[in-house]
Unconditional design. Sequence first.
Length: 210
Amino acid sequence: MYLHPPVLHALNGRSLYAPNRSRFKLFKVHFLNTIVSLKTTTLIFSLNQKGFYSLNQNTIVVGENKLRGKYIFLATGSKPRKLNIPGAKYITTSEEFMEAEKLPERIIFIGGGHISLEFAHIARRAGSDVTILHRSEHLLKSFDSDMANLLIKASEAIGIKILTNRQVISIEKKADNFLVSTEFKSKTKSETQSFRVDMVVHGAGRVPDT
């Protein structure tokens, strides 16, 4: 069964707001708290639902609701990968970044994946001074290298600073800003470099929220 992109987007989202629910009626979708069932394909989608258990291979129980289907898909969502560095508590998550009412003057993104690149463009076009710190040599490793290089060039062209081989080793709170320290390693030397910024954003990958 083909699902229209907005439906796919909503099913994969972390929450479903009331205004979005009307469009699901076109696809015979009904809601049980955060459980979404597609009767037409006997697929059951669970969005961050806790307290459910499996009755058998074709049935799950959620509260007082017993849901059956030929195929059952549990979508637990994801969360930012834990960064074991001093000062990690000062890092802004991607969710918090999207909820920010105003972006500060200087922003650092940790990690060179698609989350950092996407939000870096938003921040830069909003007027912020943006730097991406990536721990290895190549950004967007899981993407086609030619397309990744085009995006990197386009990013640098609008003023996004991209620094590779920069492992973030600590974040310190300094009055009304942060001091981000990195370690740069090459074949011949190793040195530390620090950056003073107003926001540090986590773009170093996500893990399943299990």
